[in-house]
Design a protein around this ligand. Sequence first.
Ligand code: WT7
Length: 708
Amino acid sequence: MGIEPISTLLHENRKFPPAPAAASGFSRWHIASMDEYRQLHKKSLQDPEGFWASEAGCLSWFRRWDKVLDWNPPDAKWFLGAQLNACFNCVDRHVQSGHGDQIALIWEGEPVGPQTSHPSPGSAYAKEPEIRRLTYRDLQIETSKVANVLRRLGVKKGDVVTIYMPMVPELAIAILACARIGAAHSVIFGGFAPHAITERVTDANSRIIITADGGYRRGEAVALQKNVEEAIGQLANTGHIVNHILVLKRTGHEPPSQRFHSGHAPAAIGASPTKFHWWHEIEALVSDACPCEPMDSEDMLFLLYTSGSTGKPKGILHTTGGYLTYVNTTCRLAFNMIPDSGQIFWCSADIGWVTGHSYVLYGPLMNRVPTLMYEGAPNFPSFPGGKGDRFWDIIARHRVTQFYTAPTAIRTFMKWGEELPARHDLSSLRLLGTVGEPINPEAWIWYHEHIGRKQCPIVDTYWQTETAGHICTPLPGAIPTKPGSCTLPMLGIDAAVVNEQGEELPANKGGLFVIRKPWPGMLRGVYGNRERFISNYWSRVKDPASSTPYYFSADGARRDEDGYFWIQGRIDDVIKVSGHLLGTMEVESALVSHPMVAEAAVVGMPHDIKGNAICAFVTIKSKWFADNPGQQPGEELRKQLAAHVAKEVGALARPDQVRFAEGLPKTRSGKIMRRLLRDVAAGVEKITQDTTTLEDFSVVAKLRADEE
Ligand code: WT7
């Protein structure tokens, strides 16, 4: 794993200074000048414990800590001896402080208008979209009920509850209900295939899954429950038993399965011991009062699986006190959140990703700023050419003040044209954010001009599932922005670009992005896999003086002459496709699970909208051709293989290109030469790699010929 030569060293000189708060529509900036930022940042690194103790003071604790930090590299414990509850901090404390009737969550369903094939249950024929507004008091009642449902189904403090749901308020409620009783949630993105559920449920030893019959996406009802049933079928072979499936009725598109039983006396169906329950039926049986369980600061709050460089996803483990403190602070500072000031925050990410965990749910709720959740696609209803303006319509109707989305979405909106946002009143917007991958300057400028009216600061937030919240981001009132740069580190973050020896590099030299001091939001482990925790994050670079390991994010980066960070992307075997991480191994395993495939190598290739797309090089078993006379490695087989990957992993893993090769280029030690394949995929004319270690030169020649 070497540092990639940076072919496109960006030299972007445009700089956008922050405007006074009033000019951006805010009553004040939390941090209002570069001097203030620099001073605070310096202080936060000199006295991290003092800084984080004061930040933790913004939360509500049942018991104060005895000690702020215990740092035993790479293990950190924050707020030792303290107790708190995540749901209490998001919901109950606001009710107790007299804000119970304020709106906590605004939800808009997808179905609307004549294109809706399945009208939403709440909105007769859905001329208008279905909208639900939940207050903190509503959330208190709803989370208490679901907490009681979970208890009734035998869930105890410390258990892992798997959640596989569409973007509906009940997803937020389910997550918070887990937190309420001290069960850890493990949310699986609804776009993943059954195999992903099987894998994650087994790894987390989870005995209960919360799902829905379906969810809406681009006018279609996506069958979630069916995927769960398929996963249960696969689990039968592993010996892992899921006791209960709790099913929310959302789409009602399928006749009720005969698997269901009333909450009173759930009975098993057939050979499977798994019991299915309708959410609404069992919820009717429980009380709407349930106190929040006091949790130790270091008790697990959730697991969230993310792709790694081996085929198996990693269960990133976050704990309660540190996660909440870090998310609360970053959310307040980067988005300049101020309660009671008319803000409505919309993060368009799915809650199935960490962005949704931290900035759809926990961050805004803790900060007491209403959070908007939208169920569906940006192009529903869709215009000719598959274009859509739903996002701009939502911003205008709900008067959204801060909007947070991904570069891949922005590039899509660019392609659809600025006429679409221009048709809507976006004057409520005060701040824009981006996350997920480096943003190309043209997309940044387009966002600034056509969505932000050249008035909204843009916060390009760099972070990871592992970091819980923003690591580098402009603070909107303080830090001048440069299109394409995530600018400077968050308070309390000691970020650096170093070489393999851990030495900090001079300006504009590409190197490894590391964090040199612990922070409250850092991951506490990879669930059940200590070795992966150490080897993935803590083994590559050390402090050259003390040998203390640094946290390595697996991204390459450089700092410019102003100290600004420019993230250059992953240097491990994961690819960012439309901002979503995918392990090349995951896709390769899916490919070789197809009977025709002998061997596969997957690489990323540049793509205008997705950032990267997947290119798969595949060799076919000679026996397969013998058994299937007349078959040629052509378009038909390519399509079949791409569809197979989508079925095994999920639609976002579908390769854009499948290329057949007689053999894959390997080094003498048998390692696939991925860099060479990346060049071939990118259409780099001259293959720049040193090929002297190739075992089979003819292979390279073939691939190159294929290219011509
Ligand atoms: C990887 C983490 C962070 C929440 C969503 C993704 C890339 C993320 C940026 C950004 C450049 C970025 C990095 C990182 N990344 N944000 N603003 N600029 N790169 O979380 O799935 O854990 O992915 O996303 O490569 O390592 P994730």
